[in-house]
Design a protein around this ligand. Sequence first.
Ligand code: ADP
Ligand code: MG
Ligand code: MG
Ligand code: MG
Ligand code: MG
Ligand code: MG
Length: 663
Amino acid sequence: MGLLKVGTPLSWKDSLEHLNYIREHGVLQFIATYNRLVAVENDTLLYGDEIEYGILKLDRVNRKARISLQGSESLEFLRSREQNIHQVRGCSWHQEYGSWMIESTPSQPYAGYTASLVSVEQNMRLRRGRLISALGDDEIAPTMVAFPQMGVDDFVHPPVMSGGPASESEFISDSCINPHPRFGTLTGNIRRRRGSKVDIRVPLFKDVKTPEFENLQEGGDEPSIYMDCMAFGMGCCCLQVTFQGSNLDESRYLYDQLAGLAPIMMALTAATPILKGRLAGIDARWTVISQSVDDRTPAERGEVVGVPDPRMAGGGVTRLCKSRYDSISSYIHPSSFDQDSPSSIQYNDVPCEIDEKTKDLLLQNGIDAALSHHMGHLFTRDPLVSFEGNIQELDDEQSTDHFESIQSTNWQTVRWKPPPVQSGDSPHIGWRTEFRSMEVQMTDFENAAFTAFIVIVTRAILVFNLTLLMPISKVDENMRRAHCVDAVNKQKFWFRNHILPDDADEMIASTCPQAPPRKSGLFEEMTMDEIMNGKSCYYPGLVPLCYTYLEHIGCDCASFSRIDQYLKLISRRASGELLTPATWMRNFVQAHPDYKQDSVVSDSVAFDLVEACNEIGLGTRPCREVLGNMVIDPICKAGQYSTPLSGDRMGNEDLRKVLKNIM
Ligand code: ADP
Ligand code: MG
Ligand code: MG
Ligand code: MG
Ligand code: MG
Ligand code: MG
């Protein structure tokens, strides 16, 4: 989320008259960045992960877990401690949406060496160790996507009343929103722009005694879990990975390639089977967040014909097919942007609304069609938070605030990140791509495994000239399937079966009778096992490709032994031999003696579950179903940070004291 502006946000009413200005100048700021850095070449691979945590307070006497609204204090404390130590690699702590949440990243990005892939896990463990050392004895910070009891009864510590002016929620207090003014304003403005509270519905899981299904009329509505505020969505924790491309072109290429992997990796990391105290009929978070920040007006959602308000993007009435938190709607590399392409395949085959004024301005400034189109799409959205004294005052050559105001509230499965303005002696940051769909895992072994996997896959794509490109309609269909209960084992996903460059592909196909002819289609439905581990003799599978890549670069043996364990985890999870966290958690609930087969996750079940997840993350409780025979070394509570290796001579008096026990 970067650094947050401190200042007074304008009310939605007052910001209305500035929306067009901010959008227009956001485009100008992007043009300035583009012109300044379009020619950057030979940036090295740098990458880094982000992990989000929820802080929970345990009432062990009554066996009840609550979210603990102390994220800000923990953040301050962790940051101040971090400043006092000088280590090669430390941790950075960031604000998150919820006031019980916190985000961590490595203090510096990783450089592109095999050994870095192993450092990722060490650093994640260090972060977990430091975080827990900042908590009270009755507090935990498991890496779970959603707190199971979110929005149920008195689920907050300290106790609060539901609702408030920002969310007007029936279930969740505004005190659960990070106290920084940006977050409450964001929440309120989404609701105000939309014209009503957000309306989140996900299917309820049907168990043998789930009451909602008992009196269900034939053809009646599907029983669902109803949620009514942003915290249900933005309160979810995820795992993100950002890569620096060697130049602008490569960052765009990887964006397109990773877009297709987003649903696949979400299904494989699925960890959200419980929402608002109920077992859900889905396993993954994305749709919840998407609905939780859906600021579209009824006209934009296509429900009514509206009266245009010229102060808003598209007059606030132009149809927008997706929420601003959703999958992508267009590719951005010139090779995949086929608007006028003679190719028979249309990759950009879903509606993608464009702010024509933005697109025209970019085209006039010499920016190519694919990128102008992408920006034109992002700028169909309004800025949601504007700060007093930070609008017309900004210099478009020196600031990217207005650009970021649009960019950072287009929350898509992948994000293309232009370089920030460089200040003082801060290091150069290049063109980056962020992979955003993965669900946070219970252990850092898994979080590191998925981070390393994505890094290696991007390398394999580049080095082997692979393409995973698919029509976006198929990627969107995969996203829908990726939410389903146990999607890894129960769904098939559209995937590309000809991923090699044409010549190589033809060579392989000629020796593989099972290979479908190119002209019968480059895409087919595969199981997760096939996508990851290979299918027949024509599609090698992503995991074998990773191994081949590691062999190709001559990966050092020390790094390989750990990376091998990561790839095995992924391979086995894809084959169904190991469970996703979602399946494991669902099984945990269903096997709990207090569970009544009614899809209700009661306080005691939730309490045991969050404790179990916490212990698994800390390495104090095994979890063979998810981890196989991998043993997690217990996390050290890292309250005492690295200690200087002193060389100061001691006086005799002290020496005698120090040595008295052993001499
Ligand atoms: P955001 O919340 O906007 O996605 P963060 O700053 O929280 O961004 O995290 C971005 C991640 O990118 C961090 O892991 C950080 O280490 C990493 N990172 C920082 N600089 C670079 C860079 N030049 N290239 C790639 N990744 C980087
Ligand atoms: Mg971040
Ligand atoms: Mg962020
Ligand atoms: Mg975050
Ligand atoms: Mg978040
Ligand atoms: Mg991020």
